[in-house]
Design a protein around this ligand. Sequence first.
Ligand code: IMP
Length: 184
Amino acid sequence: MEQKYALDDVLISRGEIEKKTAELAAKVAADTPVSANGKKELIVVGILTGAVFFLTDLVRDLPEEMDVRVDFMSVSSYGNSTKSSGVVRIFHDLKTNIEGKNVLVVEDIVDTGRTFAYLLDLLHSRNPASLRTCVLLDKSARRETEVRVDYCGFNIPDAFVVGYGLDCAGMWRHLRDIRTVREG
Ligand code: IMP
């Protein structure tokens, strides 16, 4: 029988997210190398669906003189529960050729790291000039596979969270704050 969940406390408020996103964007911009054409070129790859919310705020905090492109991939590692299935499937691939480009992969949360590790290996095999990662939330205590996180918003404890793109069985992505859930 499917477990029911209810919203619990606010773990990270919209204000904290906003402030952190601006800080991360400033770091990303500063670290992006200048290309031969004199521009800072960056392809920002969002992992659907959860990272969309974070990505759209992050890219709008990047300086307008940067050459920023956005593309998405869709993968799945979770079913309709809060437990990892351990299976990573690609539903939608990039439209952009990332060979020789500076790429920033944006993810909402890294938990065991399995999904992210798989994706990064795949993107790395396409020979980008650089491959950096930006995650809003990191549950580093639960890591099972080593993954590179270049920019991290918040390290969070081992609790299931929803909101600002994160879901529980498809629910609660639309919340502005990041909240914990409880069984109920
Ligand atoms: P990993 O492969 O275990 O690192 O799982 C990463 C994916 O699991 C994320 O992209 C999320 O879709 C999902 N996930 C992990 N923890 C949470 C959580 O606390 N809330 C919502 N989704 C989560």
